[in-house]
Ligand binder design. Sequence first.
Ligand SMILES: Cc1cc2nc3c(=O)[nH]c(=O)nc-3n(C[C@H](O)[C@H](O)[C@H](O)COP(=O)(O)OP(=O)(O)OC[C@H]3O[C@@H](n4cnc5c(N)ncnc54)[C@H](O)[C@@H]3O)c2cc1C
Length: 233
Amino acid sequence: MAGQNFDFIIAGAGSSGNVIARRLIDAGKTVAIIEAGPYDTNPDITKVYDLGKLWHSEQDWDYRTLPQAHANNRELHIPRGKVMGGSHALNATIWVRGAKEDYDTWAYLGCDGWSWDEVLPAFKAIENYPQGDPETRGHDGLLDVRSDYETNPLQDAMLEAGQQAGIPLNEDYNSGNPVGIGRIQANVKDGNRFNTWHAYLKPVADHDNLTIITDAKVQRVIVDGDTVTGVEI
Ligand SMILES: Cc1cc2nc3c(=O)[nH]c(=O)nc-3n(C[C@H](O)[C@H](O)[C@H](O)COP(=O)(O)OP(=O)(O)OC[C@H]3O[C@@H](n4cnc5c(N)ncnc54)[C@H](O)[C@@H]3O)c2cc1C
């Protein structure tokens, strides 16, 4: 790879890396994206209910905490994805925005640009959630969000029991009000896991301006003065 030049080099093809790469490709830039793990050929990635099989697998960085005094000194496992798709390749795919009041409080405290009304267009642009109210939900984004998947009777019973216990039904916890009980909204397409690799970068994987390098760990960022000129893999 020595001597190859790109407008941008992205280290890590996880939730964020794939989106950034796609946006730069769409903007006409040349991009190299370097991922420490392999392509997502492990079939256990496909079905969300198989996510436990991915823990401690080759697609898991398999981190451990330090001994936790308040957990009987156990060293807890922290799974993180090491594969195209990153942690979104082994996560639970649950699609959750924060509460409207939280964003508005951040803006009130001085975090310009983070009020609910300001972040909402960005949220809507990401997602494709057909049954959502177009006031608050996106219908044309690249990332599929679904809640009309098949459930098992236990899930239906839990939803019913929650309401019987007095928890209000919330038809859309991503509309700004997350309070209540409702069906999980998930990043799935045709019943399978659908992450930002699938949604953003894979469809343009053959683009002339894109170079995908897998199984290569970025070891060092090369800095010349105050300019980053490359990475070492
Ligand atoms: C088990 C689990 C369940 C979760 N469930 C949910 C959920 O249901 N809903 C939700 O919203 N969030 C969930 N999360 C959190 C969510 O998946 C992460 O917050 C998100 O994926 C992080 O995105 P990221 O781009 O910051 O990092 P990642 O997606 O982890 O991407 C980082 C990428 O960089 C690569 N990388 C790292 N170092 C290097 C290097 N030196 N060189 C090259 N490549 C490198 C990694 O291999 C990885 O592919 C879950 C996470 C886990 C682990």
